[in-house]
Design a protein around this ligand. Sequence first.
Ligand SMILES: NC(=O)c1ccc[n+]([C@@H]2O[C@H](COP(=O)([O-])OP(=O)(O)OC[C@H]3O[C@@H](n4cnc5c(N)ncnc54)[C@H](O)[C@@H]3O)[C@@H](O)[C@H]2O)c1
Length: 435
Amino acid sequence: MHIAVVGTGYVGLVSGACLADFGLKVACVDVDEKKIEALREGIIPFYEPGLEDLVRKNVKAGRLTFTTNLAEAVKNSLVVFICVGTPPLPDGSSDLSQIKSVALALADVLDDYKVIVTKSTVPVGTNRWIKRLIDENKKVNVEVDIISNPEFLREGNAVEDFMRPDRVIIGGESAHAIAIIKDIYRPLYLAETPFIITNLETAEMIKYASNAFLALKISFINEVANFCEKVGADVTVVAKGMGLDPRIGPKFLNPGPGFGGSCFPKDVSSLIHQGRQVGSPFKLLEAVLEVNERQKLRAIEKLEALLGDLNGKTIAILGLTFKPNTSDVRESPALKIIPELLKKGANVKVYDPAGMEEFKKAAPNMSIEYAKDPEACAEKADGLLILTEWNEFRFLDLKKIKSLMKTPVLVDMRNIYDPDIVKKLGFRYSGIGRT
Ligand SMILES: NC(=O)c1ccc[n+]([C@@H]2O[C@H](COP(=O)([O-])OP(=O)(O)OC[C@H]3O[C@@H](n4cnc5c(N)ncnc54)[C@H](O)[C@@H]3O)[C@@H](O)[C@H]2O)c1
């Protein structure tokens, strides 16, 4: 079976490479000519473990190609996956302009029956709108079926998540189209992955409800952590004790500097907006975002508690990405924390194993120093702030780091160090949710 994947970002490229690995012939399409050129040369535009090898293997096997020519890719395909971005607009709603332009471009080039599958995260009702756009604008009178197949991969673990998902959601009305999509995912079906076959709206909502719930869990544990600090409790033990209850579960109960990334903030905002639109407000989710914004500033409160006025002080930051194993800095806490530090007159040095280039692009005018490794970052710093739990930050040579710093102050917003050990080394230390 031939497949076209439109959009070669995190979701499109991972989906395209994994579907090719299932044995399907996949053409990945993007409007970004530079990206397609780079991909043809085997250059992956972002850091994602395992992806480069998978792309190389499937290109070599002749199953995976890259093109800017949508018409050609669609002509040869029975199924077209839409994987373009749905970023937030200033009012929190989803910007569907990329989706619209793909739908109209598809309407132009469709020449035969196709199944259009939306993997992008789109507000409830969007799949029906895409079908309508295509039907109203198609040049040739061909039939089109639409399927909602939201994606749940996590950056940093994307290939594994696509190959071994917790579930596959297929929303649609045409039994024929659903059968085709089930056939595409046959390797997962055989591996007993649960499949949920449902209508378009339910499939769209499963994605939003899942992300909103995970974001809610994070904001909840962050508030618990803040409370624990006031009353002498230890949030790590509280989370462990809570997580042993199977109704709660242990995951996503790690406090930190607030959630970021390209999904949680925008998906929660979008769902709030959708709720308002239909007169069914999500009050809880409004609080989730408010708590999250406040949480990002906890890092600064902690630095001030240990260092006093930050004016003229040098703060070394380890971690710019919103989580480890990705180069993605979209909505990362560092993007909010660093400008606040600069406003307070601090000098900022940063290091990240994979996110520095992306950060420079996201904040080109930020006056900060990029260091070549954690030690160079810590040199002459008044305070060290850990924002992302990269593995390489878990085993820093703290004795050496301390000898390099001006004052041994460590604010660990990911609780990756044992407070007793760090304090014994002579650091003034503040974790999160532990006094
Ligand atoms: N990143 C994630 O972890 C993740 C996980 C699950 C779901 N999603 C959802 O998947 C969607 C894509 O996310 P992403 O992070 O891969 O986005 P991205 O911004 O990394 O990639 C989008 C790609 O689409 C391309 N594009 C835009 N308009 C196009 C057009 N008209 N024709 C062809 N290509 C076009 C862009 O050039 C870009 O390469 C979003 O809706 C997102 O919410 C993302």
